[in-house]
Design a protein around this ligand. Sequence first.
Ligand code: FHN
Length: 716
Amino acid sequence: MHRSLATSLLATIAIASTLVSSTFAQTAQTPSTPPVVNATGAETPAERDARMEWWRDARFGMFIHWGLYAVPAGEWNGKPVPGAGEWILNGAQIKPEDYEPLQKQFNPVKFDAKRWVEIAKNAGMKYIVITSKHHDGFGLWDSKVTDWDVMNTPFGRDILKELAAACKEAGIRLCFYHSIMDWHHPDYLPRRGWDTRPTDNADFNRYRDYMKAQLKELLGGDYGDIGVVWFDGEWESTWNHEFGKDLDDYVRSLDSDIIVNNRVDVGREGMAGLTRQGPDRFRGDFGTPEQEIPATGFQSVDGSPVDWETCMTMNGTWGFHKHDTNWKSAETMIRMLSDIASKGGNFLLNVGPTAAGEIPPESVERLAAMGTWLKANGDAIYGTTASLFPKLPWGRSTTRTTKDGTTLYFHVFDWPKDGSLRIPGLMNEPSNVRILGSSNAVSAARSGGDVVLTVPKTAPDSVATVIALDVAGTPTIVKGAELRPDPTIFVDAMQVTAGPTPDGIVVRYTVDGSEPTPDSKQLTAIALRNTATIRAQAFAGTTPIGPVVTNVYRRANPWPAAETREDRYHPKNFEYAVVDGVFSNVDELGKKIPSKLELDPPFGLAIPEGKKDNFGLYFFGWLTVRLDGVYRFRLGSDDGSLLVIDGNVVVDNDGLHSYQVKEGLAPLKKGSHKVEIWYFERDGQEAFTVEWAKPGEPFQKMTGAEFVRRPAAPRR
Ligand code: FHN
């Protein structure tokens, strides 16, 4: 029944999910986190700002993944290993003794540190983060504590020393990526599943000492003034908060000005990368979103900025993979840089050099184009802070505080066809306005609560034209009307209110779809019992301020509950299946769900201990709710997941992707509802969380204890 149900349901999923999930689903946003207190005691905000200053100003860096894995370049035994550049040992399940011969093949005769640094500098990058040691444990420098390093290759040169010299000469900060996880060192645990080396003599604390000895070689001065230690590989069960604090303390004892990312510790929230709150603050100076850009910037609890850096590949793999030709365009990456800077983040863009020691031409070409854009528009990126505006429909904004006041930069992606660009809610009078890198004229005029710029008919830069606008002092930006809550559904009644507005500003609204006018009703609170379209506009007297906001609040009929008596008689459990296989989506998993399910997963609504790659889970149970209402559900997963209630797709987080969170809404009648959840993991990191929120309540983790096996027979 379950398999046919799953398959038949999944067969229609493309339609249902579009209708339901697009209506009810929304992406969750990682909460912000306070900055770290560093190891030398409570660092004052001023001391932290001083230590972080060069990094914040830099905004743009080069990530380099390079090592023995460039030799196989994504192939093993003549066969491509999908997605596995630097993960080839894992992807092809290579035993360490079969991987070690690569050391005698590593001879990057074309390696030229000055050329690499020149490419980074010409791209407008201000720092370089290179893999001193990736997960394979191989060192790119002359390490005195191991022979598993570059000095024991035919190349026999200290690559990091040569890069350090080139960076110093060019004024580029050198930084090291250093993996905590080490697939080669005999004291590191856990072993890879196919690694048959004995573990009884493995001593993890001895491994920690080894790691510290190598970090002392790297940070002790022989390689210059290192800017950042970019830890990685912190997610395995053998690493923990105590080790993270100890390692963070140690690194800062070597260099009190060093910047350390949040992967030194265990507070990172998956690939979204920000540091979660904890009873004991997790270490790390900045969050590390990977292969994704947060939807917004972040404020910490005390209002200070939260530092973060998105790291991203130009194609699909970090280490060189000869079959990966899925290159992003320079236009895409320029706009990513603009987007990230507008949210107060840094962009760490990766190159994967070849076994010969060259950065791929596709990377060089794109970086040159980014450098050309930055030569004209760098003022809008370097040393700026996040946008002061709500989401701008035509592009992004960054901010610079100057001695005379503030410069606002408007990065225009979608150039106005009518030559008129609206800056919403800017109440200051511009003192100067200009287009960066262009002599084209631009002028500013007031239009109610907005400033309207008259610009040339065609964009001087089709990728992103930047307009700089100076105002005296601190800008006053009225964010216009805000309706609370966001558009949503309700089953019986709900209330809509206006967000806070400055003195002298009122919000007026209509419910008939017309534009609000100064004569429209003032919005205090609206009680809704039916679907309504609310249009709201802020006014200063009769002057409209900011854009009109239009929200639809939809009355939904609650999905009927199963015919059942009260759940207090139900056995508290549910059914599941664990299947092995290589899946790309839930539909493929659905086809492998056995018709006979297991009862009561001992591991609850979670990944069973020890399951790593190429498996799928299926859970089926009845959720009893005590009230009619709109229930919110969240799925966080790497890779895909899906949550279905009474045959309706509520959360669609399907597909191959890094950790991401998706939300959805379900209007439910009091009683028991059929819940099905699918999850699959391909390779790399695995993560799976299910949360729900009852009407008007915050989200809480679902453990499975909320389910019952099936509705009891109806009352006789
Ligand atoms: O496993 C690594 C991966 O190889 C790469 O180094 C990325 C870059 O941040 N980090 C890990 C995956 O999250």
